[in-house]
Design a protein around this ligand. Structure first.
Ligand code: SF4
Length: 191
């Protein structure tokens, strides 16, 4: 069974795919405990892969993208089965991970890695994009662990002006490597 927090329809507010519609599957539980974490990843339901698929289908029969988030979505042993089932259902799967759990992923899966601690080298190598959370400091120390070509976003925690200013200064100092990601869903009052 999968430990699930919520399943909902919205749009991707962050990173490379900002603006695309998506069904979000927030899996419960996380293997880290970050000071700035503002995500409710408590366990709300135990669901089989087919149950999750049915809820995705009900929320949107046509939406091409399903985003698995958390918590840490790759910390659950049934997540690869869910990824396979979603792909068979014709969905593009995106995963938002802290990069600590090494899981082989097909090339079709889009992987966002937001490192906080214990980053696994295989997930750093596999990442399609990097999301560094700026929370009173810019954690640039992670950059060297990723391939140079991987797009690297600085995301100010909760869009706070002080964090935005820190991110903008860092981007100005390293414009070839860094770009800004604001949480646009929060700006427009979406989930
Ligand atoms: S890895 Fe993400 S979900 Fe887990 S505690 Fe840290 S910020 Fe929260």
């Amino acid at each position: 069974m999968l430990q699930v927090n919520e399943i909902f329809y919205s749009f991707q507010g962050e990173g490379t795919h900002t603006g695309i519609p998506a069904v979000f599957v927030r899996l419960a539980g996380c293997n880290l405990s970050c000071r700035f974490c503002d995500t409710d990843y408590s366990l709300k339901a135990l669901l089989g892969v087919d149950d999750v698929l049915a809820q995705v289908q009900t929320l949107s029969p046509e939406c091409p993208t399903v985003i698995l988030t958390g918590g840490e979505p790759l910390a659950q042993t049934q997540t690869p089965d869910l990824i396979d089932a979603l792909a068979r259902n014709g969905r593009r799967v995106h995963i938002e991970s802290n990069g600590t759990v090494p899981v082989p992923l097909s090339e079709d899966v889009w992987l966002t890695v937001s490192p906080k601690e214990r980053l696994h080298s295989s997930m750093a190598a596999r990442a399609n994009e990097i999301k560094l959370i700026v929370d009173e400091r810019v954690p640039l120390e992670w950059l060297d662990q990723f391939p140079l070509a991987t797009p690297a976003f600085l995301q100010p925690e909760n869009n706070k002006p002080k964090n935005v200013a820190l991110a903008m200064a860092a981007i100005a100092a390293n414009p070839k490597r860094l770009r800004l990601s604001v949480q646009t869903h929060k700006l427009v009052g979406a989930r």
